[in-house]
Ligand binder design. Structure first.
Ligand SMILES: *[C@@H]1O[C@H](CO)[C@@H](O)[C@H](O)[C@H]1NC(C)=O
Ligand SMILES: *[C@@H]1O[C@H](CO)[C@@H](O)[C@H](O)[C@H]1NC(C)=O
Ligand SMILES: *[C@@H]1O[C@H](CO)[C@@H](O)[C@H](O)[C@H]1NC(C)=O
Ligand SMILES: *[C@@H]1O[C@H](CO)[C@@H](O)[C@H](O)[C@H]1NC(C)=O
Length: 500
């Protein structure tokens, strides 16, 4: 876990540079697809209908409701690393900028939700394609570093002109990111659109669309005070936001670099009896189903890793012993994080899984952090105080098990694969970018003391996790959640009503 965290931090370190490079390299037109922009909210509904083409009025209303409940709690204060270390909840300056809300109905009762930075959109596309006709809700995070000096002035203007405090460069970044996401949304709504002509797409639409997910894509930006905050992704706050867009009875948080086996849609969810049974037990017995996850063995040549990933996903559930061979005989895959952080998934018991045709309970060990699905309304929220990649998920799972929020069992016939992180296309750019020092390695002055941000962050994360586990052990733990999410869950129609 520690090592993985380092790698991930380093990946993010050059993120703000990379985003410019990636965005500048892609020239795309903005504005197509079914999307809602916060700026358009003020226009009359007549105009809005002209601009947004929804076939279903419901999806139009849902997107608007989400943007407006979310942004009603927005604060323009952009937090600094120092304020973060002092324990302040830093996520109020996250603003919902735009939503692309598919008007296609999701076919299955399980919705996935995920978060990402914009350089991972190819991962989102792969995830979406792995769950055809299923719902995937994703939130893309764009950090904008603000200049510290004119804070107050910008804050005052905020009320009347939400965008006025953003610099031309910020607006440019948002516009370009928006174009990239519009393009992704269009491709996912019309798979094949990147390869064949518009005419073909139009005539093949019905069959084509059945090969991708029903996507709800949200773009948020966060005004942050410094470089450290721009690399410490507010992962848990983003998970809470992504979950807001899920309205299926079952839900699952999934990291964006995971794709799900063919069997989830093709075998489990498309079996109406099975899907109804899962839903019933999720609600009645608070069952949660852990989905085992695989990594591609790092000794596989990079060019082959995606092939191995695809082969892993395509295995039929009745032949899952093939996965055991792929792991132990052919050394192509291994249980997720097997070499980096064994505890994280050991409680899933992969050896037992190979032999099991039925579900079985997990063994809890400290540090266990599997992915799972359960009844949407029973999933506890994520503690938004965690930023970066330490303890964010572990705290959530520990709470679930310790407080008996869900009874976790392992599902025998669905699995994830962790896709290799592509470096090939941007190889040279990456190499240059990584040579830049991360803001996490540049010594800063806090309270008159010189500190290394990375070290201070790790200390902070560990102290927070200790505080959280202590509270759990005393049965008084409640995750700290941003007010925008609490508010939206009180007003959005698909969140505010109880079951039954
Ligand atoms: C800096 O000092 C202030 C005032 O003593 C304190 O409240 C704050 O927590 C300190 N910040 C850090 C990061 O230790
Ligand atoms: C802050 O605002 C003042 C007055 O509007 C302006 O002159 C100055 O250039 C601004 N500083 C920055 C860093 O934008
Ligand atoms: C669908 O699921 C039910 C309940 O798990 C099972 O009994 C049945 O065999 C499944 N049908 C198919 C076609 O797999
Ligand atoms: C992993 O799980 C197995 C089976 O439950 C258990 O026997 C073993 O002690 C665990 N290993 C570690 C390193 O926790």
């Amino acid at each position: 876990m520690i090592i993985m965290g380092y790698i991930r931090c380093n990946n993010r370190a050059f993120y703000s540079l990379l985003i410019r490079i990636v965005l500048c390299a892609v020239v795309l037109k903005e504005g197509s697809g079914n999307s809602l922009k916060e700026g358009s909210l003020r226009r009359g509904s007549q105009q809005m209908d002209d601009k947004i083409h929804f076939s279903s009025r419901d999806s139009n209303t849902a997107g608007h409701s989400l943007i407006s409940c979310f942004n009603s709690q927005h604060s323009s204060h952009h937090f600094s690393f120092e304020e973060f270390l002092a324990g302040q909840l830093t996520t109020r300056s996250i603003r919902m900028h735009r939503i692309w809300w598919s008007n296609r109905r999701a076919k299955y009762p399980l919705g996935l939700f995920t978060h990402l930075s914009i350089n991972r959109i190819h991962m989102l596309k792969a995830q979406c394609l792995s769950y055809p006709r299923g719902l995937v809700a994703a939130v893309v995070w764009i950090p904008l570093i603000m200049k510290a000096r004119n804070l107050t002035e910008a804050g005052e203007e905020q009320q009347t002109h939400p965008h006025k405090h953003l610099s031309p460069e910020h607006l440019d970044t948002l516009q370009t990111a928006s174009g990239v996401l519009s393009s992704l949304f269009r491709i996912i709504e019309l798979p094949g659109a990147d390869g064949i002509s518009d005419l073909d797409v139009a005539t093949k639409r019905d069959t084509a669309t059945s090969s991708s997910c029903t996507l709800r894509l949200m773009m948020v930006y966060e005004m942050v005070g410094d470089g450290q905050m721009s690399v410490l992704m507010p992962v848990n706050a983003l998970r809470n936001i992504a979950m807001l867009a899920v309205d299926t009875p079952l839900a699952s948080m999934v990291d964006v670099d995971l794709s799900v086996s063919w069997s989830l849609a093709g075998h489990v969810m498309s079996n109406k009896t099975r899907a109804a049974d899962l839903e019933l037990r999720a609600k009645r017995d608070r069952t949660g189903w852990v989905i085992p996850a695989w990594d591609v063995d790092k000794n596989i040549k990079f060019a082959w890793q995606n092939h191995v990933a695809d082969a892993t996903l395509a295995v039929r559930p009745e032949s899952k012993l093939m996965l055991q061979d792929m792991w132990l005989k052919r050394h192509e895959i291994m249980p997720f994080a097997y070499e980096r952080y064994k505890l994280g998934h050991n409680g899933t018991n992969y050896m037992r899984w190979f032999q099991s045709q039925a579900e079985y309970p997990v063994t809890f060990e400290e540090g266990y952090e599997p992915w799972f699905f359960g009844a949407r309304k029973y999933l506890p929220l994520y503690d938004a105080r965690f930023r970066g990649h330490y303890y964010d998920k572990i705290a959530n799972v520990r709470n679930i098990i310790r407080n008996k929020i869900l009874n976790l069992v392992v599902i025998p016939d669905v699995w994830f694969i962790h896709r290799p992180h592509a470096v090939s296309a941007q190889n040279n750019l990456y190499a240059q970018a990584t040579q830049r020092a991360s803001p996490m390695d540049q010594v800063v002055q806090i309270n008159g003391t010189s500190i290394e941000p990375r070290k201070a962050y790790l200390q902070f994360a560990l102290a927070l996790y200790n505080e959280v586990t202590y509270a759990m052990n005393e049965d008084r733990y409640i995750p700290v959640v941003q007010s925008s999410v609490r508010h939206c869950r009180q007003v959005l129609p698909w969140w505010k009503n109880d079951y039954h």
